[in-house]
Design a protein around this ligand. Structure first.
Ligand code: ADP
Length: 446
């Protein structure tokens, strides 16, 4: 109750008491005043009790009438409410920051100024073997026992990260540590697994070196011939010699062109999105590739075909044509004269469609099989080059196979021969039954 209201009530009560005393006489005025006082005391006591009860839980709204306590309770309640809103917003922010830190693909650890662990996220367990409940409060150097990490932390030269190796789950992984001082109170340690990134960088470096080497070899030969032709007097070479030189130069230029063309194909395969395929009949593609293979063979191999013309797959015609041609020409190039090449296109019991090329050629050692789809990997370098190989054919084929959700399976035995299979998943298979659903033909040295 405001002080002015209280004074007015007080004056009115005295005036009323005086009036009553004048009207009724005796002690009526004093009795009236005593009753007023009692009424005031009871009311005050009730407000006091209500205020006490509210103060136990000041975030709840106070009772509507607390008399003179209203003046105290209302600002306190407003203050408590605003702090509570701030607290809720802060808690939400903290939770968001913590979930973001948990979701980081790196291990994140907060450390105090003496490198004791304050907090760490879930990734820390996998990369650093650190568990928050178990390791909180421990010194980080007792857990990450890498001398190079200790030196890095002590050096305070943290502008560059530290790269090192550590065994994780039985495998040696490359880790990148980065320390930062986040405030006057402590540090943030981030640790990332960069094994894949390093592998990729090495592959890229090797690739550039390989490309340079592959192009440089024919280029050197070409320049050598050009210099000979330029420096020798015209009459020093016979017409035949000159022709032979020109043919060799043409061969080297063709080789470079083939490498560049294959590199472009690879880069297109890597950089383009896989679009929805169309129904591709493989039989005509096989026919076309066989003509090419037979022309390389020059009638020195026997060909056998078992092709189901009703069998088709959903995919990209150009890509499939390139994969089929590559497997067929490889079979010819790595099979000595007189060998046999069998081409099959049919379905297995699981509804998968299988294109296979079997040769009776050189075969591939077990240890080399996983590597032959790597770019520029050749088991026999001289044979590959002599037969016009770029070393990229199977890398391209593997890419195409993956883009068709298919599998490339290689079975081979050294000096006995090889079978290269492309296995298309049943979902990609389209079968249109015709009268003559399978045709078998043997073309000997055709
Ligand atoms: P290349 O242009 O050298 O043939 P590929 O990527 O097509 O490149 O093949 C990679 C390597 O795999 C070849 O150099 C060869 O050593 C081996 N290879 C491929 N196909 C066969 C096969 N049918 N028989 C034996 N070796 C093969």
């Amino acid at each position: 109750m405001p002080r002015s209201t209280f004074l007015i009530a007080y004056v009115v009560a005295i005036a009323l008491a005086l009036g009553i005393q004048w009207l009724l006489g005796s002690v009526s005025g004093i009795v009236f005043l005593a009753l007023c006082g009692l009424f005031y005391l009871v009311r005050h006591q009730r407000h006091h009790q209500q205020t006490l009860k509210w103060s136990a839980q000041p975030t709840a709204a106070p009772p509507p009438d607390l008399g003179s306590y209203d003046e105290i309770v209302t600002p306190i309640y407003k203050y408590v409410r605003s702090r509570q809103n701030e607290y809720v917003a802060l808690r939400e922010l903290t939770n968001n920051v913590l979930s973001a830190a948990q979701a980081l693909p790196a291990a994140a650890v907060t450390l105090d100024k003496s490198f004791q662990i304050e907090w760490c996220n879930a990734q820390s367990q996998r990369l650093l073997d650190l568990l928050y409940e178990k390791d909180k409060g421990y010194n980080i150097f007792n857990i990450i026992r890498l001398p190079e990490f200790f030196d890095y932390a002590q050096s305070r030269q943290w502008s560059r990260p530290l790269r090192t190796r550590r065994e994780i789950g039985g495998q040696v992984c490359s880790l990148q540590f980065q320390l930062t001082q986040h405030s006057n109170e402590g540090y943030l340690l981030l640790c990332q697994d960069i094994t894949q990134l390093e592998k990729l960088q090495t592959t890229q470096r090797d690739f550039v070196a390989n490309v340079s080497h592959e192009i440089r070899t024919p280029l050197t030969v070409l320049i050598g011939f050009l210099e000979t032709l330029r420096d020798l007097p015209h009459e020093a070479l016979t017409k035949e010699q000159r022709k032979q030189y020109e043919e060799l130069m043409h061969e080297q230029a063709q080789r470079m062109l083939a490498i560049v063309a294959d590199l472009l194909t690879l880069s297109t395969l890597e950089s383009t999105e896989i679009v929805d395929g169309t129904i591709v009949q493989l039989a005509p593609i096989i026919d076309k590739a066989a003509v090419q293979a037979q022309s390389i063979s020059r009638e020195s191999h026997a060909f056998e075909f078992s092709v189901d013309p009703a069998l088709a797959v959903v995919g990209q015609m150009n890509e499939l044509s390139s994969a089929v041609t590559n497997l067929l020409t490889n079979a010819v190039r790595y099979t000595p004269e007189g060998g046999k090449i069998t081409i099959r296109w049919d379905r297995n019991d699981h509804g998968e469609a299988i294109f296979s090329v079997t040769d009776t050629g050189l075969g591939i050692e077990k240890k080399d099989i996983p590597r032959i789809t790597e770019r520029f990997y050749r088991v026999d370098k001289s044979r590959s080059r002599a037969s016009g190989g770029t070393g990229l054919g199977l890398a391209i084929t593997k890419h195409i196979v993956i883009r068709h959700n298919a599998k490339l399976v290689v079975d081979s035995e050294i000096n006995k021969g090889s079978t290269f299979k492309i296995v298309f998943p049943a979902e990609a298979v389209v079968y249109e039954q015709r009268d003559n659903s399978a045709e078998t033909a043997e073309v000997a040295g055709a």
